[in-house]
Design a protein around this ligand. Structure first.
Ligand code: SF4
Length: 729
């Protein structure tokens, strides 16, 4: 065996994706999974958030519960403490397991139904008495509702259910408000009538007195006495007309259908239909909002005709404010995963930024589209990940991104997004790689959890109404170890000498890709005999500088179906994608205040100023301390002048406008550098590829990198790169 050739084989695979030598094997069909996922083979046997129970009771503050939590509640209620209750506890957990298995096998039903089915199955096996005991325990369940497993359809069902709960709460509030106003307006009209001539007629007086004592009165005489000097109508005609018209508008409103808790009329599967329905109903909403506003003024005695008549005469849909709209139903749009790019959803961002009362669910079913790697384009998951961040950039809305496995943990945020006044976007990874490989893939729950764990699809929320700065508005939610690049757990295993061993193991983007059999070509299995110090875990390899990295080969730890530990090396394309994933994660971290480059830059600037002052260089210090505002004020003219000085084909940076975010240097710090004012310029165009130039242009937060034309006409993928570069040239 040629021992010298072994490290070479690994490097060749890493650089080219081609296997040579007999120490490397393809992983196709081996059903490898990341080593950290080894303990999760029997997911149904583990108590976790799923399945969920969708609750509908109006007094229940939660719209969803976890089956495990409900079983715990039942056991607390019915199982005797200590050893006496042990048997019941054990059987209840068996029953919970049976329900979990049934739901994973696509059984549907309410909790009460599935509980009884599971109790009957256990009873058939272990005796009728046990069945009765378990059925009795089921009677103590505090809630009932549809049971939902973590499957591809779950996010749409859960989010729609949350929206319905918010809709019902809103409808109840409005119904209460409406009843109050109707009652008060009716009281005003009734009082005016009883004080009028009509109200003092014998018949009216008889009706107002009630039954048993009517015979004791002479209503004719009474009418003559109390009717003297009474006006024909206490209300001026204009006010009476206004009151009657307003009352009728409130009583006959059709904006809310209080008898339809499903609110199907406000549920859509595409943005265009929702926007059209919103526009169509606007006149109705404006009329109702106007009636409510007039009624409020009337019942509080603040309606001043000279002031309000003209205002309400001109009141139409254009006069509706966010406060007005917040009273009325929100439109729920659940876009099916395969329709994200469809023309009818092209107006998504416009709809959200317009402030329309919409809640939109966008589902991503595949973070690793084949074309990404096939074309050499390493922007894995960028499109879907960027949807939520782009929406954040527009401001004025609520944004939540999460993998489906994490939705239960974020239920309070979902409820908040549904109840808030602003438009809301829910961007969810459904946890399905592809129907074509579903049989070979991990369960949906594990795939979704792996996407979040690996930073491929991190969770975050943004609430524009929560405060004036990012610290108040943005949250990295419950990402594991969110201060770090990767989440690291301890991997315990038996080594070759059958001794217990453990080591820290990072769960990286490359681990996530390993779960998807479509991308097996980016990995090669290294025979244990060929493990050598040249191999480095992916997370460690990423920290090396270029020259060191060129000598080493990154690998992930995996297990096969027998749970034997394996090392799988990763090719350069996937490592590029992993680096890109990390870059996007760093950006989110910055929003969340982790490693904030602005704070670090400010610190550096303050330090420089202090040093300058110390040296008595007041002028230099003043320059160092100058805030960005004067430069920003001067940006427009120099920018135009700068643009005029460069051709479309020239690569350049509008350096004067650079706020030093560092993104371009993270992509290639030999190509991009900072000048003495810590603003970016192109240091060496030949030090990188056109692809890096285009990616830097796309990453630049202020769009001041102009990639020009490619230097190397043979660079792969130029056609696609030129399309991407066009907006920046
Ligand atoms: S990405 Fe843009 S803003 Fe950030 S450092 Fe580079 S040029 Fe400046």
């Amino acid at each position: 065996m040629d021992m010298q050739a072994k490290p070479q084989d690994l490097l060749i695979f890493h650089l080219t994706g081609r296997r040579s030598g007999d120490g490397l094997a393809a992983i196709d069909g081996l059903q490898l999974r990341p080593a950290l996922l080894a303990p999760y083979r029997e997911l149904a046997a583990m108590r976790h958030d799923f399945p969920l129970v969708l609750t509908e009771h109006p007094d229940d503050p939660e719209f969803v519960r976890s089956l495990s939590v409900l079983v715990d509640v039942v056991l607390q209620d019915v199982a005797p403490r200590g050893i006496a209750g042990e048997r019941l506890r054990r059987h209840a957990l068996q029953l919970e397991h049976a329900i979990r298995v049934a739901v994973d096998a696509a059984t549907t039903g309410t909790l009460a139904e599935l509980w009884d089915q599971a109790a009957a199955a256990i009873g058939a096996r272990d005796g009728e008495t046990l069945e009765q005991v378990l059925e009795h325990a089921g009677g103590a369940l505090p809630v009932d509702g549809q049971v939902l497993g973590c499957n591809p359809a779950m996010p749409a069902i859960l989010i729609t259910h949350a929206w319905r709960a918010a809709h019902r709460a809103k409808a109840r509030r409005f119904q209460g408000e409406l009843s109050r106003l109707v009652q008060k307006l009716s009281d005003i009209l009734r009082a005016a009538y009883s004080h009028s001539q009509a109200g003092r007629q014998p018949q009216s007086l008889r009706e107002s007195l009630g039954g048993p004592h009517q015979a004791a009165f002479d209503f004719e005489a009474l009418s003559r006495i109390v009717g003297k000097g009474v006006p024909r109508d206490e209300l001026p005609p204009a006010r009476r007309a206004r009151l009657e018209h307003t009352l009728s508008a409130l009583e006959q409103q059709t904006v809310y259908d209080f008898d339809d808790p499903a609110a199907e009329a406000y549920l859509f599967d595409n943005c265009a239909a929702a926007a059209a329905a919103f526009r169509e109903r606007l006149p109705q909403i404006a009329a109702l909002a106007k009636a409510v506003a007039i009624a409020e003024l009337e019942v509080s005695g603040r309606y001043v005709e000279a002031e309000h008549d003209l205002f309400f005469e001109a009141f139409d849909a254009r006069a509706l404010t966010a406060v007005d709209l917040a009273r009325f139903p929100d439109y729920m749009v659940c876009i099916p995963p395969d329709r994200n790019e469809a023309p009818e959803n092209a107006g998504l961002m416009e709809m959200l930024s317009s402030g329309a009362p919409v809640k939109v669910l966008v589902q991503t079913s595949d973070l690793l589209e084949d074309a990404s790697i096939g074309s050499g384009h390493f922007a894995f998951g960028v499109r879907s990940a960027r949807l939520a961040t782009a929406a954040m950039g527009l401001g004025g809305m609520f944004v939540l991104q999460s993998a489906s496995s994490n939705l239960f943990a974020l239920r309070a945020r979902i409820a908040h997004g549904m109840a808030c006044r602003e438009p809301a976007l829910f961007s969810v990874f459904t946890g399905v790689a592809s129907a074509a490989v579903a049989a070979d893939s991990l369960p949906t729950y594990l795939t979704a959890a792996a996407a979040m764990q690996s930073r491929a699809f991190p969770a975050f929320s943004y609430d524009a109404a929560a405060g004036a700065n990012w610290a108040a508005r943005f949250s990295l939610e419950n990402n594991p170890q969110s201060d770090d690049d990767w989440s690291v757990e301890t991997l315990s295993y038996c080594d070759a000498a059958l001794q217990r061993a453990s080591e820290p193991c990072a769960f990286t983007y490359a681990d996530f890709v390993l779960c998807d059999p479509r991308h097996a070509a980016h990995f090669a299995l290294v025979a244990r005999a060929r493990w050598n110090p040249q191999m480095l875990p992916v997370a460690d390899w990423l920290t090396l500088d270029d020259s060191e990295a060129a000598q080493r080969v990154p690998y992930v730890l995996a297990v096969d179906q027998k749970d034997t530990l394996q090392r799988v090396i990763v090719d350069a394309k996937l490592m590029q994608a992993t680096r890109r994933c990390l870059l996007l994660w760093h950006r989110l971290q910055e929003h969340g205040g982790v490693h904030d480059s602005h704070a670090e830059r400010l610190l550096a600037r303050e330090k420089a100023a202090w040093q300058a002052t110390q040296q008595g260089q007041a002028a230099v210090a003043a320059t160092a301390m100058a805030p960005a505002a004067p430069a920003a004020a001067a940006t427009v003219a120099p920018t135009d002048a700068a643009a005029a000085a460069h051709s479309r084909d020239e690569a350049w940076i509008d350096t004067a406008r650079c706020p030093s975010c560092n993104e371009c240097q993270l992509i290639n710090d030999r190509m991009f550098g900072y000048d003495e004012r810590k603003q970016a310029f192109i240091k060496d165009l030949a030090a990188g590829t056109y692809r890096q130039l285009v990616e830097a242009a796309e990453s630049c937060q202020v769009a001041i990198i102009h990639p020009g034309a490619p230097r190397d006409p043979k660079e792969p993928g130029l056609e696609e790169l030129l399309v991407r570069a066009e907006p920046f040239r």
